[in-house]
Design a protein around this ligand. Structure first.
Ligand code: GTP
Length: 247
């Protein structure tokens, strides 16, 4: 669903391959972390995004057209710019997932993905494996950080999925896992996003950086200056002259 109040939105995210999409610097030169939130319809994707961004649970949203939101977070002492893309609910058909090009573009654009299911909707849980596979296929050659979020933990009386199953599945897929109630708890929501930002942040550090920093600390041999060269040349010459005259 789409948030209808109190939120600034960015209408378009850069197309994959564009200079803006390729860079990892956001406004004010801050490092940028781009996160897509995906999952079946009605699992609470918009509620999750809004909770993360505003700390509030509004509970009243309209169907999602796919909005991009932005905020800043502190990760290990550094302020990062975060863009969070809410996406329309994914439909499941007999022959698998139905992901339209807009959704695929969004997943390709992302540095990390939150896959959400609801513990009150078994079908939304069944989607996780396929969705994870789809995400990784769109990022062939890299291991995209993914967190699986089991939402609506407050609705235990109508649960269809034991959150433990979510934890096991996330383990098999190699993802982090959070069980949350967007309506009742902000901290778990924050932690789910925070761990992703941290993972992306570590991935974005150029692998050569520490090495480069280290090597730049090793003192380079000083190049001889011209005065020194001249002096040494004169010394060598006069020694030679002395040798020749003494013969
Ligand atoms: N009880 C409870 N309700 C929730 C929770 N999270 C979301 N909801 C409700 O679930 C409904 C669907 O939430 P949305 O955030 O619109 O779900 P969505 O995944 O964005 O839905 P689509 O836009 O259709 O894909 C709304 O009525 C929310 O208020 C939760 O943790 N607990």
């Amino acid at each position: 669903m789409r948030l209808i109040q109190n939120m600034c939105t960015i209408a378009e995210y850069p197309a994959p391959g564009s200079a803006a999409a390729a860079g990892c610097l956001g406004a004010a030169g801050r490092r940028l972390v781009k996160i897509a939130v995906v999952g079946a319809s009605g699992v609470g994707k918009t509620a999750l995004v809004v909770r993360f961004l505003t700390k509030r649970f509004i509970g009243d949203y309209e169907r999602n057209a796919g909005n991009l939101y932005t905020r800043q977070v502190q990760i290990e002492g550094e302020t990062l710019a975060i863009q969070v893309q809410d996406t329309p609910g994914i439909q499941i058909h007999e022959n698998g997932l139905s992901c339209n090009e807009q959704l695929n573009r969004c997943i390709r654009w992302a540095d990390a993905v939150v896959i959400v299911f609801s513990i009150t909707d078994h079908k939304s849980y069944e989607l996780i494996g396929q969705l994870h596979q789809h995400v990784q296929q769109l990022h062939l050659g890299t291991r995209l950080p993914v967190v699986v979020v089991a939402n609506k933990a407050d609705l235990l009386h109508i649960k269809q999925v034991d959150p433990q199953l979510g934890l096991q599945l996330a383990g098999v897929l190699g993802c982090s896992f959070y069980e949350v109630s967007v309506s009742e708890n902000y901290n778990d929501v924050y932690n789910a996003f925070h761990i992703l930002c941290k993972e992306v942040s570590h991935k974005q550090q150029p692998s050569g950086t520490p090495e480069r920093r280290r090597t730049s600390l090793i003192p380079r041999p000083k190049s001889p200056n011209m005065q020194d060269l001249k002096r040494r040349f004169k010394q060598a010459l006069s020694a030679k002259v002395r040798t020749v005259t003494s013969v």
